[in-house]
Design a protein around this ligand. Structure first.
Ligand SMILES: [Zn+2]
Length: 331
């Protein structure tokens, strides 16, 4: 969740052959960064959603780069959240382009996610049944701002693949955490990383709740997975990061230090709340930490809490009772 000041030095530079356009979204996160790689194959990364004047802005950015809609060869969706992919189906149809994403993101971008598993998970977390209508209304509203994606256009990426885009060969890094099939692209010669929402200068990415019917808990351990992925980006050490929201930046080690510090103090805060309440569900703790959030943001609040409950449990500072709903108490 938010932190207002950048956790790493902001950089203005943009590599040659890449155009940036900031596209509006209706969400609290604000605009999404779309990048256009002008050389062939002409590639649009995260084309935003069908909202406000977003598609006009995207067309104008292509024109400014000496390209038109019809020149677009491929669209890369870094992850299946609506602010990043909503307009992808529209652009793909307009340009007759390929849509590329991480393999695990397909149910999200084709809006065919397993609802029964999600309902099971949110029930276990103590989220009241009355919230279901709120969440359903959110998903329906979002679907209205997204254009369906023709599945015959899809090309799926796995970790370790390479992708030719904008005349260059990029490494594909699929790292779960914010979203299970999240893709970042890295150019090893120029040391440029297109990071989607995995690394952001001003926001610690929400460890968004994702069902996983094959696991004991019925869900991914999103924050644990997220933190485990950070080592990789420290090791590759990009000189320039092009993120999905907010300013471009450098110095991933400083960023990740700041993020770890944020997560440590958030975990302490949650442990404190557990002690105060004696025993609590993730939903109750979210209400304790974020009393003012409403509607769909409640889901993000519960995700944020749950991620830290996993960390505290792994550290042996909390115990979980496996009832229905789950309850946590101090160890
Ligand atoms: Zn985003």
């Amino acid at each position: 969740m938010s932190s207002s000041t950048p956790l790493a030095p902001v950089v203005d530079r943009l590599p040659e052959g890449i155009v940036h356009v900031s596209l509006p979204t209706p969400f609290p996160v604000g605009p999404v960064n779309c990048y256009i790689l002008l050389d062939e194959p002409v590639t649009v990364i995260d084309p935003g959603m069908l909202w406000d004047d977003s598609t006009e802005l995207l067309e104008a950015a292509l024109t400014a780069g000496g390209r038109s809609l019809g020149d677009v060869d491929q669209i890369l969706i870094t992850h299946g959240h609506p602010d990043h992919f909503g307009a992808a189906g529209w652009l793909a149809d307009a340009a007759d382009a390929t849509v590329i994403c991480g393999r695990a993101e397909v149910p999200k971008i084709t809006m065919s996610s397993d609802r029964a598993s999600m309902i099971d998970v949110i029930d276990r977390l103590g989220i009241p049944e009355t919230m279901r209508d709120t969440f359903r209304a959110f998903y329906e509203g979002v679907a209205a701002l997204s254009h369906p994606i023709d599945e015959s256009r899809l090309r799926l990426l796995d970790d370790g693949d390479t992708l030719t885009a904008g005349g260059q060969v990029w490494e594909v890094h699929v790292t779960p955490g914010h979203s299970v099939g999240h893709v970042s692209l890295y150019h090893p010669d120029e040391r440029v990383l297109v990071s989607g929402d995995h690394l952001l200068a001003c926001i610690t990415p929400n460890p968004v709740l994702e069902p996983d019917p094959d696991s004991v808990e019925g869900r991914r351990r999103s924050l644990v997975e997220y933190l485990a992925s950070l080592e990789r980006f420290i090791r590759i050490d990009p000189l320039l990061v092009l993120p999905g929201h907010g300013p471009r930046f450098q110095d991933v080690p400083t960023l990740t230090d700041g993020m770890r510090h944020h997560h440590d103090s958030r975990a302490d805060e949650i442990l404190e709340a557990v002690r105060r309440l004696g025993e609590a569900t993730p939903y109750e703790l979210s209400g304790e930490l974020f009393p003012h959030i409403q509607d769909f943001s409640i889901m993000l609040g519960v995700s944020e809490v749950l991620g830290h409950l996993d960390l505290l449990e792994d550290d042996g500072r909390l115990v979980r009772s496996d009832g229905h709903p789950l309850r946590y108490a101090a160890a």
